[in-house]
Write a protein that binds this ligand. Structure first.
Ligand SMILES: O=c1[nH]cnc2c1ncn2[C@@H]1O[C@H](CO)[C@@H](O)[C@H]1O
Length: 463
């Protein structure tokens, strides 16, 4: 992508690096709490079995609740977006969310050293998860608004950062386990990592308005710090009754450079996706299509993104994080971090990145939704792995390699189809309706995550 001649250069790719870090920062809460599931479960199951008498233990369904209480806020805040955007300025929303996320991570790190009764620990952890993900959702929505003002490639960079957050958490967990420290110190080290990560993210945000290249786009005709941008975004929102805010071209996860490419109207000029482009269009009398009309064109893609995430979150991590290795020994400690979290996040990331080169099946193809629906086979396949404890189903795939292969295909297809759906949707509508398509897809993405999280309860109980 060549820069416009009147635009300053992104020196040393600093703005790119800032947005990459900001993307990574948005998904730190979800990924660090998810990857630490063994730590939390260990603290919740301190009562050991004694001799042959079975001690009755409270089953907390930690992974299920963690998933649900992480994803519901995302859905809620996607719906509440318009309300928040009107009342609180962008700078306050972004910096404020980051500060609260930092405080909640610090609290989690401190709690590692605080002995607590199981029930209370469960309640405190769940409250932390709910609040940290609520702030994460506000942060995510706001940053998508900001990155939308810059050239398209910065959205890609931002979403790449989001994609890497899971791998970052998995590696932090592996290092914590590999260190010879006692389990408390290891857990403390693990939770200090996202504290530092969030601080660095805050630093990137503070640095941003000081960079000439970012200033050029963010301050062009609106005051970045004063929140005037929000007014502008609000006005250019696609939904007449203000239910959804339309600036985000997908709060999503997709890392494809094609997402929202059509927003710019003229793909030849590599100009910024300014919100006011759409204002100008409106002034020229090009009325935007209603949400219903846009939905009619993209419903297949909306269904696909919902379905992909429903399948993914219904078993990951609630079922997959309970799989046990068939090779006891030293490997046991690393098994879940490697075979569940690292494999998932790496392949999810690869699946998204691959869509830069491969876009098959095409956006009109019937095969596309068919393949998406066929991902449902991963649910029984994963449930038939060595999940412990289990009540009803037999173990079909006891070997670690079988589980690893199923996980790899499961996550590869998840990332690939999410990314394709998110990039196809704006291509199915007129360029002027690209923002509406993006906002609608964001809602369905969050809906899929929440439905999946809810389904994880019956599915885990069925194993
Ligand atoms: O808030 C979010 N926004 C976008 N994608 C998310 C969010 N939370 C989770 N995932 C996605 O769900 C899968 C399992 O971790 C991953 O693909 C992750 O990117």
């Amino acid at each position: 992508m060549k820069e416009r001649t009147d635009a300053p250069q992104d020196r040393g790719c600093l703005v790119g690096i800032c947005f990459f870090i900001l993307g990574l920062g948005t998904l730190l809460p979800w990924n660090f709490f998810m990857t630490a599931s063994l730590y939390f479960q260990a603290r919740l199951n301190t009562t050991e079995f004694s001799n042959s008498t079975t001690v009755v233990r409270t089953e907390y369904y930690f992974n299920n609740w963690m998933t649900l209480l992480s994803q519901l806020p995302l859905l809620l805040f996607t719906l509440l977006n318009s309300f928040l955007y009107q009342r609180i300025s962008g700078a306050v929303r972004i910096a404020g969310s980051l500060v609260f996320i930092l405080l909640l991570f610090i609290l989690t790190a401190v709690l590692v050293k605080v002995p607590m009764e199981e029930d209370r620990f469960f309640s405190v952890t769940m409250a932390t998860i709910w609040f940290i993900n609520s702030f994460g959702a506000v942060l995510q929505g706001s940053l998508f608004g900001l990155v939308g003002l810059l050239p398209q490639k910065y959205s890609t960079v931002f979403m790449s950062g989001q994609g890497l957050a899971g791998t970052f958490a998995a590696i932090a967990m592996l290092l914590a386990i590999a260190s010879n420290a006692d389990s408390e110190t290891a857990a403390l080290g693990y939770f200090i990592t996202p504290c530092v990560g969030t601080l660095v993210t805050l630093g990137s945000y503070v640095l941003l308005p000081r960079l000439e290249f970012a200033q050029h786009y963010l301050n062009k005709s609106v005051k970045y710090e004063a929140g005037a941008m929000d007014e502008l975004l609000k006005e250019s929102g696609p939904v007449e009754n203000g239910k959804l805010n339309g600036h985000a071209n997908g709060t999503a996860t997709s890392s494809s450079p094609k997402v929202g490419a059509e927003l710019e109207g003229d793909p030849g000029t590599d100009g910024p996706k300014h919100a006011f482009v759409s204002l100008e269009q409106e002034e020229k009398g090009q009325a935007k299509a209603s949400v219903k009309e846009v939905f009619k064109k993209i419903w297949v893609m909306a269904f696909c993104v919902t379905f992909v995430f429903t399948v993914t979150l219904s078993v990951f991590p609630a079922v997959t994080a309970d799989v046990r290795t068939s090779f006891p020994g030293k490997w046991e400690r690393f098994f879940i971090s490697v075979c569940c979290f690292l494999i998932f996040n790496l392949n999810d990331w690869i699946g998204r990145t691959v869509t830069t080169f491969i876009c098959w099946p095409g956006k009109e193809s019937r095969l596309f939704p068919l393949l998406v629906v066929s991902r449902v086979v991963f649910i029984p396949l994963l449930m038939l792995c060595n999940v412990q404890n289990r009540s009803f189903l037999p173990v079909f795939f006891s070997h670690d390699a079988a589980f690893a292969i199923i996980m790899a295909l499961f996550s590869l297809s998840s990332g690939y189809f999410v990314c394709l759906s998110m990039s196809y949707a704006p291509q199915l509508v007129d360029p002027k309706d690209g923002e509406t398509a993006g906002a609608l897809m964001t809602f369905f993405l969050a809906l899929g995550l929440s439905i999946g999280a809810s389904l994880s309860f019956p599915l885990r109980a069925l194993v």
